[in-house]
Design a protein around this ligand. Structure first.
Ligand code: FES
Ligand SMILES: [Fe+2]
Length: 424
């Protein structure tokens, strides 16, 4: 249980709040590169700031204020030029560093005044990595965009999935270090959703939580498992500051503002050995729904949608003054303590946990991966189909979240060399 002030402290995201400033020390994934195949501008809201993401005619990305500094027109209706974004109201042009490079009428009437030199638009750095577009809203010098090990893997089909979750990011991230929910929310609830009373999934018998350089690890033993099982020896990762990493996919919980979160999934499917060498030309991205159209209730049919039900169900900002934490929640307590101690770290002017600044190290950042061999060395088609986790992925395309477009499923089938059956 937390007191009211600590709950507020941990869940605020705006600039000038302690956690808002801490979150600004990290690069956040905000869009997919492939979204810009057919568009040049996307309005985004990140950490309580309304912004405009664009790709100009030279191919450079920029992230600037949503509103023009002239008379506040909406820059997301502007148009891109060879270098930068032009406001559609009176044609002022801005580059990706925020400089005003043209003011058509001002330059006509009073060129010597060079008014443009005194005008700037708020602008933030943007980088691309692993098919994602990343933004950094913190103080310079910016750290490096972490090059996590799976981003360097070959012979895989990657898809990026977004969902808009109407609640605070912190309760979503607490789910990244909550192993027992897997048994109830995903396994047993799915049994009940199928109108069966059982059998239920093996129970959790033992949990362990450890800290490492880039986050926390949780490990579990369930009925029928030995201490040699990779889920006990290696475990799963609560990745700093705002992601879950399971070995083959990342899920970032990107704070849109105090009351909304963008869920960003990056999922890697290793192609069967028979398909090697395989090089993916384009990483597709899609947006999954969270509500049933007719009833307005949250969707519960898919694993990630089930997580969303938990998160939004806790309230827009979970009231932690009313919770009762038990032995299963040790990881959540570690997570909160680590963030609170990093507030002191940044107030001393030091880098918080998992800040990457060494380019040599960033060539490939290793992570704990329970199924490493399957993902890095691959399996034959037959071995994959018989695998307890990957067999299902192979037959279903991407079973975690509702809403995969047909074209993505077909691209996946093409990569994997098997016809799959659409998830109903
Ligand atoms: S409001 Fe943007 S140029 Fe005038
Ligand atoms: Fe989950």
């Amino acid at each position: 249980m937390l007191d009211f002030a600590t709950n507020q402290l941990l869940t605020q995201t705006s600039a000038g709040t302690p956690m808002g400033d801490l979150l600004r020390r990290y690069w956040m994934p905000i869009a997919a590169v492939s979204e810009f195949d057919h568009r040049s501008i996307k309005p985004v809201r990140l950490l309580g700031e309304d912004l405009t993401l664009y790709k100009d005619l030279s191919g450079a990305y920029g992230l600037v204020d949503r509103h023009c500094p002239h008379r506040r027109a909406d820059m997301s209706y502007g148009f891109v030029e060879q270098c930068g974004l032009r406001c559609n109201y009176h044609g002022w042009l801005f580059d990706e560093a925020g400089r005003c490079t043209e003011q058509p009428y001002e330059e006509m009437e009073a060129p010597e005044a060079r008014f443009k030199d005194r005008v700037r638009i708020k602008a933030y750095p943007v980088q691309t990595l692993a098919g994602l577009i990343w933004a950094y809203l913190g103080p310079e010098p910016a750290p490096l965009v972490p090059n996590w090990e799976p981003f360097t893997w070959k012979n895989g089909f990657v898809q990026i999935v977004f969902a808009d979750i109407p609640c605070n990011w912190f309760q979503c991230q607490e789910n990244s270090v909550d192993p027992v929910h897997f048994e109830w929310m995903h396994m047993n609830w799915s049994v009940r959703l199928a109108d069966k009373l059982g059998p239920y999934s093996p129970r959790h018998l033992k949990l362990a939580f450890d800290e490492f350089d880039y986050g926390l690890v949780y490990r579990r033993i369930r009925e029928g498992m030995s201490e040699n099982d990779p889920m006990w020896k290696v475990g799963r990762v609560c990745l700093w500051p705002n992601a879950l990493f399971t070995g083959d996919h990342f899920e970032w919980r990107v704070p849109v503002d105090d009351h909304n979160t963008l869920s960003v999934t990056w999922a890697f499917s290793r192609v069967p050995k028979e398909r090697e060498p395989y090089a993916q030309e384009r990483i597709p991205a899609w947006h999954g729904p969270v509500r049933e159209a007719e009833s307005g209730r949250w969707i519960s049919s898919h694993v990630m949608n089930q997580d969303f039900v938990a998160w939004v169900g806790q309230g827009t900002v979970a009231d932690r003054t009313k919770e009762h934490l038990g032995a299963s929640d040790r990881g959540i307590i570690m997570l909160r303590k680590r963030f609170l101690s990093d507030l002191d770290v940044i107030s001393r002017g030091e880098d918080p946990k998992a800040t990457i600044r060494d380019p040599e190290l960033n060539r490939c950042l290793p992570l704990p991966i329970a199924e490493r061999k399957v993902l890095t060395e691959g399996l034959t088609r037959e071995q994959l189909l018989n695998h307890p986790i990957y067999g299902r992925q192979l037959s279903e395309g991407y079973p975690f979240q509702l809403g995969q477009p047909e074209e993505v499923r077909l691209a996946y089938e093409d990569a994997m060399g098997v016809p799959t059956h659409a998830v109903p």
